[in-house]
Design a protein around this ligand. Structure first.
Ligand SMILES: [Ca+2]
Ligand SMILES: [Ca+2]
Length: 241
C-alpha cells in the first residue's frame, strides 16, 4: 500500500510539472524557455524601477554578456534585456526581436541607436511596415541588481489585445549588437532569417514557483521519473518470480 501511494504521488507530481510547463516543441534544440505569468507589472522605463520588478521571470543568459527574462498575462508580453558589456552610446547599437507565432510569416523588430524602432513582416524577404505596432519600449544606461556598472537595459512589451495574439508555444530569437565592439550576440546563436532555427517559448498561466528554479523543476521531474521507473521494474520482477 505504501508503495502504491508513493508511485501515485510521483506520477501526479510528474503530470503536474508537465502541465505547468506546457507542450515543448523544439525549434533549435536546447533553446527552450518559459514566460511565466506577470505578477509584478513593470514600469517600462528602461531600468529596474523597483527591487521586485522582473523577479517573476525565468532568467536566461547569452554567455556572460547578456541577461534577459520575460513574463506575460492576458494583455501583454514583456521583456527586460540587460547588455552588461555595452556601456557606450553608439548610433549603431541594436536590439532585435524575431517572433513567429506559428503562422507562415514572422515579425522582426529592430531598435537602432536607442532611438528608432522599425518593424518588419515576412520571412527571408522582410517588408518594412509603416503603421505603428502596439509596442511600448524604453532603454537607458543604468545599473541593476546584476551589475553596478551602468550598462544598456531595455524594457519592451507587446500589447496582445490589439489583434496580435500569441499561442501557448511560439518561436523567438533575440539578438543584440554593441557598435563599439561589433559582435552580434543572440539567443539562440542562429540565423535571424530562418524561423526554424529560433528558440521555443512556452507560455505558462501560472506564476513562477517561489524559490523553485527551472533547474530544480527539471531535477524533480527526473527524480520522479526514476523513482516511478524503479518501482515499476521491481514490481515486474516480483510478478515474474
Ligand atoms: Ca522598469
Ligand atoms: Ca554601445
Amino acid at each position: 500500500m505504501k508503495k502504491n501511494v508513493t508511485t501515485t504521488f510521483c506520477i501526479l507530481m510528474l503530470c503536474s510539472l508537465i502541465l505547468s510547463i506546457g507542450t515543448v516543441m523544439a525549434a533549435e534544440p536546447g533553446y527552450e524557455r518559459i514566460s511565466y505569468l506577470t505578477t509584478v507589472i513593470p514600469t517600462i522605463d528602461g531600468q529596474w524601477t523597483t527591487e521586485n520588478e522582473w523577479t517573476d521571470g525565468e532568467d536566461t543568459w547569452i554567455g556572460t554578456d547578456v541577461f534577459f527574462t520575460s513574463t506575460q498575462d492576458g494583455d501583454m508580453t514583456r521583456w527586460i534585456v540587460e547588455f552588461l558589456t555595452d556601456t557606450t552610446n553608439d548610433p549603431g547599437d541594436m536590439w532585435r526581436f524575431c517572433i513567429n507565432t506559428g503562422q507562415s510569416f514572422s515579425w522582426k523588430f529592430e531598435i537602432y541607436g536607442h532611438t528608432d524602432l522599425v518593424w518588419y513582416i515576412g520571412s527571408a524577404d522582410w517588408t518594412e511596415m509603416e503603421e505603428a505596432f502596439p509596442i511600448e519600449w524604453e532603454d537607458s544606461l543604468s545599473t541593476s541588481p546584476t551589475s553596478t556598472t551602468p550598462h544598456w537595459i531595455l524594457e519592451f512589451q507587446i500589447d496582445k489585445t490589439d489583434q496580435f495574439e500569441f499561442p501557448d508555444v511560439w518561436y523567438f530569437l533575440l539578438q543584440v549588437n554593441d557598435a563599439s565592439n561589433p559582435t552580434f550576440l543572440a539567443w539562440p546563436p542562429t540565423d535571424p532569417e530562418n524561423s526554424d532555427s529560433w528558440g521555443t517559448e512556452n507560455f505558462s498561466t501560472e506564476a513562477i514557483p517561489e524559490g523553485l528554479t527551472f533547474a530544480v523543476m527539471v531535477l524533480l521531474t527526473t527524480v520522479s521519473m526514476l523513482v516511478s521507473y524503479k518501482y515499476l521494474v521491481k514490481r515486474k520482477e516480483t510478478k515474474t518470480q
